[in-house]
Design a protein around this ligand. Structure first.
Ligand code: NDP
Length: 378
């Protein structure tokens, strides 16, 4: 058995079999969440960041820009670092928690929700603890290391009457929404192809959790290829009917247990072909190319936190149009929308089912890479 899969099974081993659940954290859950929210002096939703690493620190700064949510706490293994950040963002020192402090956290009515910014393999454990503590969860990508773990989290969210949203900031991209709108409305005819590629030279040193399948669940596919899977599914809808794939680890010892490169071709319903790749060796690529019957849509860069650029290639006469969007950071927009849902003012913009479906597609890609000549997942 390949190391990645054996780690995945071990991670799952401690968990009870996932109950079959409705894929959408639906309106019943939303209603329950609305009715049980504790009254707070501040009308904004109080969110605590869990894991103050590279992304958690950035997220905290962006959270402070939200109009509907506010920084309300920090959960960290490093108390000194967390107290320093708390002081910077006006978080009281008694709202700084350690990872073993969820009982006290549960009683803290200033905190309505947790944003999990932890290594992927820890998402499920902290998600379950958050729901047990009565908190909503915004969870960094991917939702979990496996689709089964993600289903378990969604089931627990439903049981607890709390919301679970994958922190998919790309959903709040104006360029991505514009492109999806054109596909859905048939503005340029039917969808033919969706090509999505993302990668950069991996600079993190050996020993980082991203290279340990027990903490990462996989390599570059789960880390950055996930954006391409999201985009392909949002454009084509549903899951692919079939996938072919190939992956590599190269000679770099950091990639002994996780893939450094992976490429796939997927067929979606209606004969839509999707090619994708992820790489920790590319010299910075981040692009989406959508083929329609009478136009192509190009978003490059496709999934930065802001500054995406959409170009549209049209015929008769041949021309390239470039719609302009206001420059806005997706992360505060994501917090606003998540908070609106937790406060009962709208449905969740990105339900847990999206995070589960992406992991299912990732697993299809990994399975296909096992069978491909040269695949790393033997
Ligand atoms: P980092 O390694 O920079 O930070 C992870 C943090 O998790 C650590 O600093 C630590 O925080 C905490 N932690 C708890 N247990 C462990 C452990 N066993 N090993 C390592 N760290 C631990 O990772 P990132 O911030 O880059 O990634 C965190 C999450 O954010 C991942 O899910 C990743 O996929 C996602 N991410 C999302 C991005 C986006 O654009 N949406 C961009 C980058 C990452 P502390 O010191 O406070 O205890």
């Amino acid at each position: 058995m390949n190391p990645t899969n054996s780690h995945r099974r071990r991670l799952l081993g401690g968990l009870a079999a996932a109950a079959t659940l409705p894929l959408l954290a639906g309106s019943a859950t939303d209603a329950a969440a609305r009715s049980t929210r504790t009254a707070s002096k501040d009308a904004r939703l109080g969110i605590a960041i869990v894991g103050l690493g590279g992304y958690g620190s950035l997220a905290l700064e962006r959270l402070s820009q939200s109009k509907v949510a506010r920084p309300a706490g920090i959960v960290s293994g490093s108390r000194e670092k967390a107290l320093e950040a708390a002081a910077r963002y006006g978080i009281p020192a008694d709202a700084v928690y350690g990872y073993d402090d969820y009982e006290r956290l549960a009683r803290d009515e200033r905190i309505d929700a947790l944003h999990l910014c932890l290594p992927v393999g820890l998402h499920v454990e902290h998600g379950l603890r958050a729901f047990a503590a009565g908190k909503h969860v915004l969870c960094e990508k991917p939702l979990a290391a496996t689709a089964g773990e993600a289903e378990r989290m969604a089931a627990e969210a439903s049981r607890a009457g709390r919301l679970l949203m994958p922190a998919y900031r790309a959903w709040f991209s104006d360029a991505v929404q514009d492109a999806i709108g054109r596909i859905r409305q048939g503005t340029h005819g039917r969808l033919v192809s969706v090509d999505a590629h993302k990668g950069f030279p991996m600079a993190l040193p050996a020993g980082n959790w991203r290279f340990d399948p027990a903490l990462s669940g996989g390599g570059c596919l789960l880390d950055i290829g996930l954006y391409s899977l999201q985009l392909q599914r949002w454009c084509a809808g549903g899951l692919p009917l079939s996938v072919r794939a190939i992956s590599h680890r190269g000679n770099d010892p950091r990639f002994a247990h996780v893939e450094s490169d992976i490429a796939w071709v997927a067929e979606f319903a209606g004969g839509v072909l999707a090619t994708g790749s992820a790489s920790w060796r590319y010299r910075n690529q981040n692009r989406l190319r959508i083929g329609l019957e009478t136009a192509w849509l190009d978003i490059d860069p496709a999934t930065p936190a802001m500054g995406e650029r959409l170009r549209i290639g049209l015929d008769a006469p041949p021309r390239i149009e470039e719609p302009q969007f206001p420059l806005r950071d997706q992360i505060p927009c994501m917090y606003d929308a998540f908070a609106e849902a937790c406060l009962g003012r709208r449905e969740l913009p990105v339900p847990a089912s999206e995070g589960i479906a992406d992991l299912r597609m990732a697993e299809m890609v990994y399975r296909a890479a096992n069978a491909a000549p040269g695949g790393a997942h033997q």
